[in-house]
Design a protein around this ligand. Structure first.
Ligand code: 3PG
Length: 393
């Protein structure tokens, strides 16, 4: 894709779609500013090049209505601190408040428009609304990888009206994940976890076409264990997906993909942080027990696979890692991915949180800012926000 570096931006009004959908606590303090920091390279580049930067984002799901609880005000404040220059907030993303704020922008200044989801037209990808947004600028830069799976007015609609190129974060995300999927150095190992198989069927299907080794852990592994004939007691299980899990196991065999499932698990009688627990072989889960983490033998086996990998994609935790007693499997995997000398890519909110908790974030090649977007990318889907951008000349 053509990037912001391939076009002239000096003195131009540039509309930049960013994903500032960050978590806030009850006092509306930002609890994780990763997405804001990830957008800095593009914003700083535009500032240095003398563009007039107009940022647009959604925050939360305000359902098409202006609502102060979803204002981007805390983001404008945090971004001002990070940039070391004032970022003003326009009262609305279209209409007089937006036009007036844009008209006073000087070269190198930055303006943030208020939440685009205060208008129902945003999520409907209404073209009149998209045209109004686009009319604020002469160029559109999409840097919101995290929202690229949504065909909304501020991600797709606007590209019908002004030239549209990728921002630096967008470019980096698509390059790292695209290269890993299309031109991986081998062995290529994917490690998929999380609670439910149903969330990741498409990802597993697509990865089975590409990887050498697929490791499955977390709650979703129980459905595979059941498919292998083990009893999983009170563990989280998607009974209606057992048949599908069998098919996926068969598909892995057919494709020559090594499928690694847990061989032992940490079980407890209750889903509680201080529940007494023990590690058992997957053949020894009792009727009144539930698996809440992979066991140490599984973790070591997975780690050995990761040690020799040249490309790793990791999405989803191995257990209930928010509870210390059931965090060890995920922690061991985080360490093993960090120690791997190959390309390592981490996507999905929970595995990113695990990597940060373990303080190994800076040892990963790439940590995706996308949740749903990175899942859809791993499913092999074309993201509408990416498809709408201009190709390289
Ligand atoms: C995300 O956080 O995954 C993106 O910002 C998209 O948000 P949405 O799921 O509300 O569209």
């Amino acid at each position: 894709k053509k990037s912001v570096k391939n076009v002239e931006v000096r003195g131009k009004r540039v509309l930049v779609r960013v994903d500032f959908n960050v978590p806030l606590d009850e006092q509306r303090h930002i609890t994780d500013d990763t997405r804001i920091r990830a957008s800095l390279p593009t914003i700083q580049y535009l500032v240095q090049e003398g563009a007039r930067v107009i940022l647009a984002s959604h925050l939360g799901r305000p359902k098409g209505q202006a609502n102060p609880s979803y204002s981007l005000e805390p983001v404008a404040k945090r971004l001002s601190e990070l940039l070391g220059q004032n970022v003003s907030l326009a009262g609305d993303c279209v209409g007089d408040p937006a036009m007036e704020a844009v008209s006073t922008l000087q070269d190198g200044q930055v303006l943030l428009l208020e939440n685009v989801r205060f208008h129902a037209e945003e999520e409907k990808n209404d073209l009149a609304f998209a045209r109004e947004l686009a009319s604020l600028a002469e160029l559109f830069v999409n840097d919101a990888f995290g929202t690229a799976h949504r065909a909304h007015a501020s991600t797709e609609g606007v590209t019908h009206y002004i030239p549209a190129v990728a921002g630096l974060l967008m470019q980096k995300e698509v390059e790292f994940m695209g290269n890993a999927l299309e031109r991986p150095e081998r062995p290529f190992v994917a490690i998929i976890g999380g609670a439910k198989v149903s969330d990741k069927i498409g990802v597993i299907e697509n990865l089975l076409e590409k990887v050498d080794v697929l490791i499955i852990g977390g709650g979703m592994a129980n459905t595979f264990l059941k498919a292998q004939g083990f009893k999983v007691g009170k563990s989280l299980l998607e009974e209606e997906k057992v048949e599908l899990a069998k098919q996926l196991i068969e598909k892995a065999k057919r494709k020559g993909v090594t499928l690694e499932l847990p061989i032992d698990v940490v079980v407890a009688h209750a889903f509680e942080a201080n529940a007494p627990h023990r590690t058992v072989s997957v053949s020894e889960i009792q009727e009144d027990e539930m698996a809440l983490d992979i066991g140490s033998a599984s973790a070591e086996r997975f780690a050995a696979r990761l040690a020799t990998a040249r490309t790793v994609i990791w999405n989803g935790p191995m257990g209930v890692f928010e509870m210390d007693a059931f965090a060890k499997g995920t922690e061991r995997v985080a360490q093993a991915v960090a120690a791997c000398g190959g390309i390592t890519i981490v996507g999905g909110g929970d595995s990113v949180a695990a990597v940060e908790k373990m303080n190994v974030a800076d040892r990963m090649t790439h940590i995706s800012t996308g949740g749903g977007a990175s899942l859809e990318f791993l499913e092999g889907k074309v993201l509408p926000g990416v498809a709408a951008l201009q190709d390289k000349a």
